[in-house]
Design a protein around this ligand. Sequence first.
Ligand SMILES: [Zn+2]
Ligand SMILES: [Zn+2]
Length: 313
Amino acid sequence: MRVNFWGVRGSLPAPQLPSQIKSKISAILEQITPEDIASPENRERFLAGLPPWLFGTVGGNSPCVSVTLEDTREFIIFDCGSGMREMGIAMSQEKPKPSRYHIFFSHFHWDHLQGLPFFNPAYDPSVKLDFYSPMQNLEKVLAGQMVAPYFPVHLENMGSQKHFYLMEEPVHVGNVSIQYKKMNHPGDSYSYMVCENGKRFIYATDTELTAPDFMKTEENTAFFEGADMIVIDCQYTLGEAIDKYNWGHSAFSLAVDFAANWGIKHMVMFHHDPTYNDRKLYNILQSARWYIERMNIKGIELTLATEGLEISL
Ligand SMILES: [Zn+2]
Ligand SMILES: [Zn+2]
């Protein structure tokens, strides 16, 4: 399967500020020498050598992650944050364009819904949208954000063919089943697991990890143990997680402990705090790598989720 990240920021979209752009440009100019711009090759080498927090950005859109199945090319979406708008634009350039999307919600907080009204394929009558959630009133909740005075177009007038499913058991998409698990978050959230050709992917955002998540129960073991990849809530530093106890998000170090506890092979740090700039997020990634090394944890690959990131597994 192929995993694409369209929105990685938590709580609300956080675009780059003019002051942040200016400080990146200033920092780059301080490093540059005449030799670095003497030829196109030198320029490319200089740019390639810049750290990612200067030459790029983690991205400011709220959560949207897609999974394309390898065998059937079915298209699965986790959450409809503002990154969904970018995905819709990218999909309109695909040949052939996908004609069906299976859309799953972790929960209904704003940052996981607000991209749907701006998802272009949703206005195409030839497109089928299948929405799923283990939470009640899915259609009503989605329609509720598309009424005056909040938005001029009603959900029912979006054009595409829409179906809404209350998940009471795993759902089958193509030849894979998608399982869900309730997580700890204000008003609850749900994580999802997709398994295809022996590879297991988990999407687990908006969760404040606690002792029960680490317990070797039958349910936890079947869901988490030995997964190939987890996209997991890493919103806070440890200090901030203590300050924001019960806000429903996790410190990156606790997420590392969780991945180690379950022998998960690849952990993708996700749902970045809107107040953290690119430099701070890459520092957190570095801290997480140090933590893995100091704790002598073996076998976890670590990635910071960024907009545009694509991972195959
Ligand atoms: Zn969120
Ligand atoms: Zn939330």
